[in-house]
Design a protein around this ligand. Structure first.
Ligand SMILES: Cc1cc2nc3c(=O)[nH]c(=O)nc-3n(C[C@H](O)[C@H](O)[C@H](O)COP(=O)(O)OP(=O)(O)OC[C@H]3O[C@@H](n4cnc5c(N)ncnc54)[C@H](O)[C@@H]3O)c2cc1C
Length: 418
């Protein structure tokens, strides 16, 4: 008879682990929502010309595991196109360097002490008045793209991410959700059971046995458990998805709190027609100094859609705001960026869709390497953790990181098979 394992979470990491373990284990996947995907959620929205991505949208480069799965699934993907603009005080520039002085910044960050935060690094090298706006731009970039809190994020680890960021990005045709559907289907064909709307809330365990209790009054018993929930949930008893362990792995839960996770607001607006096409037809990405600073089009697709992105500590302040205020903030930002009348933009708006994510993805802190190494260490061959934050590589926080982490932990579990 096969050994049994409960996997908590049907996101990219949980599905990948389930796929890789299904030949050796009897697998039950518990998922609190009514569908798989976690932070990958492709949805159809009225007034939008194509499915929209609530969460992950891009494949950041030629990432081997993501592309391998897309090829197996027969799903095509398209390189993102369009010019990258910076718009500061209404002034548009398209530059080779993202920020003037960027290359010098990177060469300094490369040799920063491992324990230094981004704020400490900027204080050390860029404290003079002449660097005032440069500092603001660097922080805006760290907030926006890495969701990083400059006072907590590691400068050295951000360097590792930023040095690779010039690669081509891709979009999955029809949305990332297609990849999730493919993986779930493959898991089912291999005999995995999926239990949706089951929130694991308590795990009683001893070596070689777990009893997993759900909020919906079910109990699942297995020899092992693999937990894939975001680290911000794992370490936070106030979260509705928090799991109480008996006995409690105190050091593991504390380690989860040492890894940074940032917030995001993603606002998607659909127009008719695309008002920016007349003056700025080649627009791909915009980074600006407006309240919602980052925007992108769907290029090369000509869909009349703009996606706005507010990340990091500035987004955290808006987590409880109503969607109307966020859409208003988006339209005001676009009005300033394109120097176009707000009323005119509003009159062309067909639909809006706002997603707020309190814990969207991981950014590295000086404590992250030690914390994630501990969380990757199996607990008495019985409790295992994986997910994007625990990826043993340079860029956590991505779908690729989640997939690789799921695969890596499946290999560890198989090698410990009892
Ligand atoms: C707005 C946004 C944009 C992003 N953009 C990109 C991008 O462009 N490119 C990219 O590569 N990555 C992007 N990411 C990051 C990427 O989505 C994640 O890194 C990845 O999907 C994480 O996968 P995971 O399996 O580790 O975690 P998750 O997807 O969070 O999966 C964990 C699962 O566990 C479930 N769960 C949690 N607790 C419990 C419980 N107690 N009981 C049962 N189930 C539970 C959750 O519901 C969830 O389904 C983005 C993320 C967000 C939020």
């Amino acid at each position: 008879m096969k050994s049994s394992i409960v996997i908590v979470g049907a996101g990219a990491a949980g599905l990948m682990a389930a796929l890789e373990l299904s030949d050796h284990y009897d697998i039950t996947v518990l998922e609190m929502h009514d569908q798989p995907g976690g932070r990958i959620r492709t949805v159809d929205k009225k007034y939008f010309p194509q499915p929209v991505e609530d969460g992950a949208e891009f494949v950041h480069g030629e990432l081997p595991v993501t592309l391998e799965l897309l090829h197996k699934a027969g799903i095509n993907y398209t390189a993102v196109e369009g010019a990258f603009y910076r718009v500061i005080d209404g002034h548009w520039t398209q530059e080779e360097e993202m920020i003037e002085g960027w290359d010098e910044l990177l060469s300094r960050m490369k040799s920063a002490d491992a324990g230094m935060t981004l704020s400490q690094f900027l204080d050390k090298y860029y404290s003079e008045e002449k660097y005032h706006s440069f500092r603001k731009e660097v922080i805006r970039y760290a907030n926006g793209f890495d969701l990083a809190d400059e006072n907590l994020a590691s400068a050295r680890a951000l360097y590792d991410e930023w040095k690779n960021e010039q690669e081509t990005n891709f979009r999955v045709n029809g949305g990332y959700g297609r990849l999730i559907s493919y993986m779930e289907q493959q898991c089912r064909e291999k005999g995995c059971r999926f239990m949706y709307q089951q929130t694991a809330s308590r795990v009683e365990w001893t070596e070689g046995r777990v009893d997993v209790f759900t909020n919906e009054n079910k109990v699942f018993t297995a020899q092992k458990i693999l937990i894939t929930q975001p680290v911000a949930v794992l370490g936070n008893p106030a979260s509705k998805a928090f799991i109480h362990f008996d006995p409690e792995p105190v050091e593991y839960l504390a380690a989860a709190q040492d890894i940074g996770m940032g917030s995001v607001i993603k606002v998607q607006l659909s127009f008719s027609p695309a008002f920016w096409e007349a003056d700025r037809p080649d627009t791909g990405f915009i980074i600006s100094d407006e309240a919602i600073p980052t925007w992108w089009t769907q290029r090369p697709d000509e869909a009349a859609m703009l996606t706005g992105w507010l990340g990091g500590p500035p987004a955290a302040k808006w987590m409880n705001a109503d969607t109307g205020s966020i859409v208003d903030m988006g339209i005001q930002s676009l009005s300033a960026i394109f120097n176009t009348d707000e009323k005119m933009i509003r009159s062309l708006l067909l639909g809006s869709h706002v997603c707020t994510w309190e814990s969207a993805y991981t950014y590295p802190t000086p404590q992250s390497p030690t914390a994630s190494a501990l969380l990757r260490t199996p607990l008495k061959h019985t409790i295992y953790f994986c997910g994007e934050a625990l990826y043993e590589g340079k860029s956590p926080g991505t779908v690729e990181a989640a997939l690789v982490s799921g695969r890596q932990m499946a290999a560890i579990i198989r090698s410990n098979k009892q």
